[in-house]
Write a protein that binds this ligand. Sequence first.
Ligand code: SAM
Length: 401
Amino acid sequence: MHQPTSSISPRTDARILEQTSPPTRKMNKTQAIHGLLEYLEGKEYFFLTPTPETHALVDQKLRKNDDVTAKCLTDVFGWSMEFEMPLEDFPESLLLKLRDENLIQKKAENRYWSTIRVSTLYPPGPYLPSSSALPRNLYTHSAFPTHDQSAVFFGPDTYRFLRFMTQAYKHFGHLLPKDPIPQAADVGTGGGAGAIHLRHLLGRYARVYGLDLSPKAIELAGINARYIFPLNTTGPAPPDFAESDILSGLPRPYPPSHPNFVPGVDREHDPGLDLLVCNPPYIASATQTYAAGGTAKSGLDLPLRILAEALGEKGVRVGGMVWFYTGVPVPIRGRRKDMFYEEVEIMTADGEGGKGYKWEVLEYDVMDVDIFGCEMETHEGPYKGIGRIQAIGCVLQKVEV
Ligand SMILES: C[S@@+](CC[C@H](N)C(=O)[O-])C[C@H]1O[C@@H](n2cnc3c(N)ncnc32)[C@H](O)[C@@H]1O
């Protein structure tokens, strides 16, 4: 069982920090990234991450006239361009700290490249129920291009996922328990966006976990979350993050003997999660590393495996919910119900006889009818016969019968 990267009691103002302090290397990396984010926040840095296809086209535009040197901070930390010093008033000391952690690489004499990108987490708009301005709104993820399999993903899909969660919270948040506090997990958290958003939505009185197969993602998620929710303030604590194959590494609630156990807040028995949210990998080409095979439907293997665990005995408790975001391939002559919906119907069909619960689909929202259109480019391969990929948001509840 993996332990969470931080363990904070949500109801106590005096925070109980992890007993063992993180290794110095991790601290240095955290400090270097937080230093960068604070500096960029001070410069009112703003960058919304486009799709990789758009990024590649913009890259070509920027490289026109062979001018491949960054002109500003956005070129460096948004468009992943090489840069030279001095760059605006970017401090030499910060450059050195980032270089020490390999977050900035030296490419040639006085020529550098950032291995991370910095993006605005929440674009303007109704992402959060409260309209109060966020003091910290920057987020770190992998530089472009993200060919490396361990790259930490962030992009338009994440923005849609967060919007879907806000919408689900507005419609169904009242179904979450108030006492004892909700236990929620973001499966496939990547850089932690979903878990961070859950913490914003649910407030401090919730246990929030971010889970991912990738250790690199878990490390970055912890750093991102501790930037958005600094430990030395009275605001909500950052979520806990753990390496996990779907739910296998989900940290169990603190037992009554644990110093972080808060009587009346933590449960003495573990009834499972109250909420599971997920934005899994679903592009067939990208998911081939996770699932064998190469049909469009194989892109749904992992989303369906995650959904099956969420709906299974070790997933969500009776009364709890699943907020699932994914992309679904639709055949050229597709019909009203998509492949994912058909699978959801099979998985939630009655016949749970004697179990005392059933699953109900509370909402199935086609959020965008056409995403990743570039996947339609080839006439062979996984998307042969597919006309488009649609983004859907599905809300399910496990109800008592
Ligand atoms: C499409 S990315 C989404 C990241 C993040 N949720 C977001 O919206 O920005 C999917 C993530 O799922 C993770 N993943 C893949 N297989 C997994 C598994 N079996 N268990 C947990 N996470 C997994 C990947 O490492 C990746 O970070």
